[in-house]
Write a protein that binds this ligand. Structure first.
Ligand code: 5GP
Length: 194
């Protein structure tokens, strides 16, 4: 893939609870209303689906065996172990969409972001932080999707992840949805969004 194409690759990293899902939904809505070509990559994971999640929409939920055979077959651009589960970014769909002049969004953890930047230094890396660890803890509890144990693991992971934020080209603090969305739109659609 040429460097030029990689400029349309946007790697979005955020601790869970930072509000990235809402932000990304709004980006997709903006692209539909404005007829922008945007492709959201769907990762593979060995994690169990949450109650509200759909196969092939939120993730491809696959077995560890299948995941490992995909690694051997070179299916992934990167893969990582996150909170005890495997996650991987399928390469082909990304390359195909970049060639078709889509803006491609990846929502992956910091390890994956660093791996992709090694391969495509021209890619845009964006780190979204919650206003504070306390607010993150509150948001994870309020959404009521995870057990106490999982929340504790995610908060610890978030602290570590936030230390990596300076390695990203763009940093957004999600204090208010409106401001964070405006910043994100400016990064992704810089030439069109006023
Ligand atoms: P969740 O299980 O809450 O959906 O995601 C947990 C973490 O895994 C998040 O930080 C998310 O960004 C990350 N993640 C999701 N897909 C991928 C992927 O394909 N590769 C990597 N490295 N991380 C991923």
């Amino acid at each position: 893939m040429s460097n030029n194409l990689a400029e349309n690759l946007f790697i979005i990293t955020a601790p869970s609870g930072a509000g990235k899902t809402t932000l990304i939904k709004n980006i997709i809505k903006f692209s539909e209303v404005n007829d922008e070509k945007v492709f959201m990559s769907i990762s593979h994971t060995t994690r169990t689906p949450r109650a509200n999640e759909l196969h092939a929409s939120d993730y491809f939920f696959i077995s560890e065996e299948e995941f490992k055979s995909n690694i051997d077959a070179g299916v992934y651009l990167e893969h990582a172990l996150v909170h005890g589960n495997l996650y991987g970014t399928p390469k082909k769909a990304i390359d195909d969409h970049l060639h078709d002049e889509y803006k491609v969004l990846l929502e992956i953890d910091w390890q994956g972001a660093m791996e992709i930047l090694k391969a495509y230094p021209e890619a845009q890396s964006i780190f979204i932080s919650p206003p504070s660890i306390e607010e993150l803890d509150k948001r994870l509890r309020d959404r009521g999707l995870d057990s106490e144990e999982v929340i504790a693991k995610r908060v610890e992971g978030a602290k570590l992840e936030m230390e990596k934020s300076s390695e990203f080209k763009h940093q957004i603090i999600n204090n208010s949805l409106e401001t964070a969305l405006k910043n994100l739109l400016n990064i992704i659609f810089r030439e069109k969004h006023g």
